[in-house]
Design a protein around this ligand. Structure first.
Ligand SMILES: Nc1nc2c(c(=O)[nH]1)N[C@H]1C(S)=C(S)[C@@H](COP(=O)(O)OP(=O)(O)OC[C@H]3O[C@@H](n4cnc5c(=O)[nH]c(N)nc54)[C@H](O)[C@@H]3O)O[C@H]1N2
Ligand SMILES: Nc1nc2c(c(=O)[nH]1)N[C@H]1C(S)=C(S)[C@@H](COP(=O)(O)OP(=O)(O)OC[C@H]3O[C@@H](n4cnc5c(=O)[nH]c(N)nc54)[C@H](O)[C@@H]3O)O[C@H]1N2
Ligand code: SF4
Ligand SMILES: [Mo]
Length: 761
């Protein structure tokens, strides 16, 4: 397939990694077909581009294994290069774009005539560029006029976003540059394993490690927890799902020992008294009985954090959360407790200290700002706010009354598919829900019952394989656009090669569908133009991009800058004395310099104060019991990304971690009769999975861990819980109750089926 990939121009092209939110800086150099003398890793055909790291603040010249091997996904052998339509024989077969789009148009018309506009739904992704995410939300609201659009960010970011919005009036994952962490004396990291999920991030923990102030809270001794060894910090190992209790106890100690920053609380916050009452019953000894962390450790930890706070003369402290505490039915409450602790110590909105959430997907941040979330319009506006509707409608050239109201969040949306009154058709853009959604067998059932499933992807993911129509789209190195990193930094994705075969940009296909469906609404196909429209739509909203353009971002980066942080309003609203950030690409007079650090003077709430909200512990929705006595926790490994649709196709990664596995403690293994290397079965109320057992003392004896990067029999989401957080609607991926038992030897029918089905390419 390499021969069908034509370099767009010679390089090197400055861009960023296709995968996670760290958005490590890369340089891509196109390779001229087989004429290249550059051997690909592993001695295969040369890849279409070579990847080299470059100096960017988040990665400082480093990449992880996924980044180094990212080019392999450009020409995987089963890359989808033509539209595919399911024929009368039940098989997917190549079709022209015209045939595929005409079929979709006719079916959408018929379904909407029978079921109304809400009969068609869209599921988006946090890996889409800002431009694509914006176009998708606009397409749903103006062409389909359906409220039913949501995206995989609901699985990823929504609890931290809900808690951040409630406390600060605005949600930006890290409201400060990542490099600020380097100066901290203490960092409390809850439920995050960046040593595997963002390896170059680890360098920013060096200051805290040097000061013996790195605190990792994780029920597993993860690679990140191991960074605390040799006196560089502390690993706190609570019972899964009890982080809220740890945080309530820490705040209890901070209050009881008078370590709070009283002046800060008076000046900058509201609600402290209610929070004091809410933590009074969580003295450390009581907390220990629930979370299993010794009371004295909790006290020491609270004192350590307080000592690092600026109010007590320390060098600064940060509290950071990841999916381990957020993907929970009490995720919003847990993040709120982390924020309450940070506020009590006076950390937020102070240079050198703060609270932040480590956003996950490449555009996890921007993906939640531009309108693919069921309750939002571009600029992080609320869809039920009349002023927001009027503004966005004026940019779209539609009547505000035609914009639908809020739709269903991801889990409810998936569960409503093909039910009476629910959507009968679904478009999927950038998610492999059959593998990554909770209670995945139910999701499969719902998808299979649809009248029409359209999947846009560049590889035949498990979800694409059951679609009625598959549309081949461009990826990463084949497209222009912008991404917004975990720091709220808007950066450019640049094209280095042309897409193979008939793969087309999603901007083009949405414009084509809009036209065929008879919409008069304009859909641009040039990413720079779409960005300009997005910028106008965001003007005045919390995530204001109106002072940005591709041209300005290019000039900034070429002048030595590294992208610009939102909010970045247009010149009319910008401070006249904007002084810039010292790079040659600094703003022209009057241009807004962007906002690296938020909340320094005020919060985004109506009265400018941060809200402290009392919360309490309830425990996981699916808690351990007699017939399911073991906690299953799920997460990631370094080599694989998400549903694995991309990384399982990269030989250098697949070879290292070729199959699903379950980590269990030898004591548990001996008790249930599962030896290291045996096949093990996990059973929950939703079903069962089987995989290879790995004995390790990194997990507690009552806990097993399984990564979620595979489908088939080793697809852990077949047994995870789809209970959701009542505020954010985020599912409880991280913790559920299972029974552990030996499985029989692998047979053809029990083997992972991810590569046994063929799709014509
Ligand atoms: N290699 C790799 N990197 C990735 C990704 C990937 O798929 N693979 N995905 C990207 C995305 S989208 C995301 S969201 C991020 C996620 O990044 P992380 O949040 O770092 O990743 P996870 O492995 O899901 O979860 C982190 C840790 O939570 C722990 N955990 C489980 N249950 C609990 C609990 O009850 N309490 C606590 N305190 N911890 C718990 C797990 O043991 C795990 O070590 O990674 C990004 N980077
Ligand atoms: N048990 C368990 N389950 C989890 C999690 C967990 O920790 N535990 N984590 C959850 C989290 S945080 C996340 S983010 C989700 C992620 O899980 P998914 O939403 O499944 O994410 P990906 O595997 O990245 O799927 C992206 C798909 O879109 C394709 N793709 C990539 N870029 C584009 C594009 O620009 N356009 C289009 N059309 N397609 C594209 C890829 O090839 C791939 O098939 O999983 C969630 N599921
Ligand atoms: S840490 Fe994330 S952005 Fe950096 S190379 Fe790895 S996957 Fe890519
Ligand atoms: Mo995520």
């Amino acid at each position: 397939m390499s021969s069908s990939i034509v370099p767009a121009s010679t390089g090197p092209h400055k861009t960023h990694c296709p995968y996670c939110a760290l958005q490590c800086g890369m340089e891509l150099t196109p390779v001229e077909g087989t004429a290249s003398s550059t051997p690909a890793p592993g001695g295969r055909e040369p890849l279409p581009v070579t990847v080299n790291p470059r100096d960017f603040p988040t990665n400082a010249g480093r990449l992880c294994q996924k980044g180094w091997t990212a080019a392999a996904v450009l020409d995987v052998p089963d890359r989808i290069t033509t539209p595919l339509v399911r024929g009368a024989d039940g098989e997917l077969a190549p079709a022209t774009w015209d045939e595929a789009l005409e079929l979709i148009t006719a079916r959408v018309r018929a379904i909407q005539a029978e079921h109304g506009p809400e009969g068609v739904a869209i599921f988006g992704g946090g890996g889409l560029t800002n431009e694509k995410a914006y176009a998708l939300g606009k397409f749903a609201r103006t062409v389909l006029r359906t409220p039913n659009i949501d995206y995989n960010g609901r699985f990823c970011m929504s609890s931290a976003a809900a808690a951040g919005n409630r406390a600060f009036g605005v949600d930006r994952g890290l409201p400060f540059p990542l490099t600020d962490l380097g100066g901290a004396e203490a960092i409390l990291l809850l439920g995050s394993n960046p040593a595997e999920t963002m390896p170059p991030f680890v360098q920013h923990l060096a200051g805290a490690r040097g000061a013996a102030g790195l605190v990792i809270v994780d029920p597993r001794r993860s690679a990140t927890a191991r960074l605390t060894e040799d006196g560089q910090g502390v690993h706190v190992q609570p019972v899964p799902g009890t982080d809220l209790v740890v945080l309530l106890a820490l705040l209890h100690v901070v209050i009881a020992e008078k370590l709070v920053d009283t002046a800060y609380l008076t000046e900058r916050t509201a609600g402290y008294d209610d929070v004091v009452r809410s933590v009074s019953a969580w003295w450390p000894e009581r907390a220990e009985t629930v979370c299993g962390v010794p009371a004295e450790d909790l006290r020491r930890l609270a004192r350590r954090l307080a000592a690092a706070s600026p109010a007590r003369g320390g060098r600064g402290a940060y509290v950071l959360t990841g999916r381990g505490v957020e993907q929970s039915a009490q995720g919003t409450a847990t993040v709120t407790a982390a924020i309450n602790l940070s506020l009590a110590l006076g950390l937020v909105g102070r240079e050198g200290s703060g609270y932040g959430c480590l956003t996950g997907q490449g555009n996890g941040q921007g993906g939640r700002e531009h309108g693919q979330k069921s309750d939002q319009l571009p600029g992080y506006r609320k869809i039920d706010d009349p002023a927001a509707r009027a503004h966005v409608a004026s940019v779209w050239g539609v009547d505000p009354d035609t914009i639908p109201g809020p739709g269903k969040p991801a889990v409810a949306l998936l569960n409503s598919l093909a039910t009476p009154g629910g959507p009968q058709a679904l478009f999927v853009h950038g998610s492999n829900v059959l593998v990554s959604a909770p209670n995945a067998d139910r999701v499969r059932e719902r998808l299979e019952a649809l009248d029409l499933l359209v999947v846009c992807d560049f590889v035949p993911s498990e979800t694409a394989r059951i679609a009625d129509v598959v549309l081949p789209v461009t990826q990463w190195a084949e497209e222009e656009g912008t991404m917004t990193s975990l720091e709220g930094r808007v950066i450019r994705r640049r094209q280095a090669v042309d897409a193979p075969g008939q793969a087309r940009s999603e901007l083009w296909l949405l414009a084509e569908l809009a036209r065929r469906l008879g919409s008069g609404v304009h859909f641009g196909t040039d990413p720079a133009d779409v960005f300009d429209e997005l910028a106008r739509a965001s003007a005045g909203g919390p995530a204001d991009y109106s002072g940005l353009s591709h041209a300005r971002l290019d000039a900034h980066e070429d002048g030595g800058g590294s992208g610009l942080y939102w909010p970045c309003p247009a010149p009319a609203d910008a401070p006249a004395d904007a002084s810039g950030d010292g790079h040659a690409g600094s703003p022209a007079r009057g241009e807004h310099p962007g906002t690296p650090r938020m909340f320094l003077d005020t919060f985004g709430t109506p009265d400018g104060r941060a809200r402290m909200v009392p919360v309490d512990h309830g425990g996981p929705a699916d808690d351990v019991r007699g017939d399911a006595p073991t906690y299953l926790v799920t997460g990631r490994v370094l080599q694989h990304y998400q549903s694995g649709a991309q990384t399982r196709r990269v030989p250098d990664l697949d070879r290292l971690v070729p199959e699903p596995y379950v980590e269990l403690h030898p004591q548990l293994g001996l008790r249930v009769g599962v030896a290291d290397g045996d096949r093990v079965r996990l059973t929950s109320t939703r079903g069962m999975v089987e995989a290879v057992a790995r004995w390790t003392d990194a997990v507690r004896p009552e806990v097993v861990f399984m990564p979620f990067h595979w489908g088939g029999l080793g697809g852990v989401n077949r047994i995870t819980s789809d209970a959701v957080d009542p505020i954010s609607s985020m599912p409880e991926f991280k913790v559920c109750a299972v029974q552990v038992s030996p499985a029989g030897p692998a047979t053809a029918s029990t083997q992972d089926d991810h590569d046994t089905q063929e799709v014509p390419v």
